[in-house]
Every structure is written in structure tokens, then in C-alpha cells.
Design a protein around this ligand. Structure first.
Ligand SMILES: [Zn+2]
Length: 254
């Protein structure tokens, strides 16, 4: 299978302003600074990027560690993130599966404690409900993955137009770590799946005049809940891109 040849940009750039530091970063350059913005050259070297919790530890502990970094608003994590770390895509996948799982958790809770199971006596119906849960998980996970994938294409496209260096690796590192944002959608939509929450929404049956008969207040609330996660995701991507637009990959030549 022919592999597409990718021209990798291996110049050492100043991570503060994007100035090309090639030739300036030799041996014994400890105190030297970027001629353009004054940032220390050593601070732009890839060794400076020691990895986020997810990249360093991995697994559930690493996943939790990076979530904490993100929730604390720790901008440092984008300075520490290794560019194009091999498990960054796994993080996106993991968070997409988790977001879908949170929605289904709401459905399952509703099924067990709500009316769904009490009203059905037939096995076939129970099987159908189980099938429905799996289907909902697949659909929500896929939707989140598609949004993450589109975002990774998007930041590469806009980055190129702005003269940034958003490589494939940078893009996945950013969207992978920003994908925690989708958990907000998962939590909010999962809560909306709970029957008491739905029944107590005063506007649940309200039909919107311009969409009469097609969409009601509940569905609008559900879409709104999903959008909150997208907003958090987009904010994280924005912060990540701002810090990593000139990030140096471990493969650069100095
Ligand atoms: Zn600079």
C-alpha cells in the first residue's frame, strides 16, 4: 500500500512567536533568547514538553490527571503537552465513548427505576430496549467522534491560513485533550434522560411555532445540553491552539 508522503516541517520555531530559530540553538546557548519576542530558546526546545498526565501516566490515572489539569484551567498543560503523542487519539476515543456512556447511563437509570421496565412483560420488548441502549451509545459516540475529527481538520485548515504550524500531530494532541469537553454534553444529556427531570420540565411539550409538529421543548433542551459540551470543547481547543500553534515536535532538528 502506497503511503502518502508527508513533508514534515522540522524547523525549531520559537513557541512564543513562531520565529525560525534554526541555527540559533546550538550548544552552549543556555541564556539565549528569541530575537523576535525575547522568549528563552531553551523554553522552545521539545525536551521542555514533558507530557500531560495522560501522556506520562496513561490509563485511568492519567485520564483523571489530565481532566484535573483541564478543570483547574491549567494553561501549563498545553506547554507541557508532547506533540503528536501516540495515545492522543485514544484519549479522543475514550472521551467519546465515555460521553455516549453517560447519556446511556441516564437511559438505563430511567429504564430500571422509571416506567420502561415496569410496563413491559414481554422478553422481546426488553431485548428491544437493550438494543436501543446499545444503538444510542453507538450513535452518540459516533457523533462526538465525527465532531472531534472535523475539529482536527478545521484547526489545521485555519492554522495554515494564519501561518501557524498545526501539524497532524499538534491537531490530535489539542483535540484529544480538549475532548474532555464532550463529557459536559454527556452529563447534561444523561440527566435529561431521567424521567423525573423530563416530567418536571414546564416547556417539555411546547411546540415551536415555526417547527410545528416536528420538534418540541424537550428536544430543544436536549440539543441545548449537547451544545454546552461543544462550547467547552471549542474553548479548550482555542486555548490549546493558542499555546501550541508553533509547538515543536520531538523529531525536530536543531
Ligand atoms: Zn519568539
Amino acid at each position: 500500500m502506497a503511503k502518502r508522503r508527508v513533508e514534515e516541517d522540522r524547523r525549531l520555531l520559537c513557541e512564543g512567536c513562531g520565529y525560525d530559530l534554526t541555527g540559533l540553538a546550538g550548544e552552549g546557548d543556555g541564556g539565549r533568547a528569541c530575537p523576535e519576542c525575547g522568549r528563552g530558546i531553551n523554553e522552545s526546545k521539545p525536551v521542555h514538553r514533558t507530557g500531560t498526565a495522560w501522556q506520562r501516566i496513561g490509563g485511568v490515572r492519567g485520564w483523571w490527571g489530565s481532566l484535573v489539569e483541564l478543570v483547574r484551567g491549567n494553561q501549563q498543560m498545553w506547554e507541557e503537552a508532547r506533540v503528536g503523542w501516540r495515545t492522543d487519539r485514544h484519549l479522543a476515543l475514550f472521551n467519546a465513548v465515555a460521553a455516549g456512556g453517560l447519556v446511556v447511563a441516564g437511559l438505563v437509570t430511567n429504564g430500571i427505576f422509571g416506567t420502561s421496565f415496569r410496563e413491559v412483560a414481554e422478553v422481546t420488548v426488553v431485548v428491544l430496549i437493550l438494543f436501543w441502549w446499545v444503538l444510542v451509545h453507538l450513535i452518540t459516540t459516533s457523533l462526538v467522534l465525527i465532531m472531534i475529527w472535523i475539529e482536527h481538520v478545521g484547526i489545521r485548515f485555519f492554522g495554515k491560513r494564519r501561518g501557524w504550524r498545526i501539524s497532524e500531530g499538534v491537531a490530535w494532541t489539542v483535540v484529544g485533550h480538549a475532548s474532555y469537553g464532550w463529557l459536559v454534553s454527556g452529563v447534561l444529556c444523561g440527566v435529561l434522560m431521567l424521567e423525573p427531570v423530563r416530567m418536571n420540565m414546564p416547556w417539555r411539550d411546547m411546540e415551536l411555532p415555526f417547527l410545528a409538529g416536528h420538534i418540541d421543548g424537550y428536544l430543544i433542551t436536549l440539543i441545548g445540553a449537547a451544545l454546552w459540551g461543544m462550547i467547552v470543547f471549542e474553548i479548550c481547543v482555542y486555548l490549546g491552539v493558542r499555546k501550541m500553534r508553533y509547538a515543536n515536535p520531538p523529531t525536530i532538528t536543531q
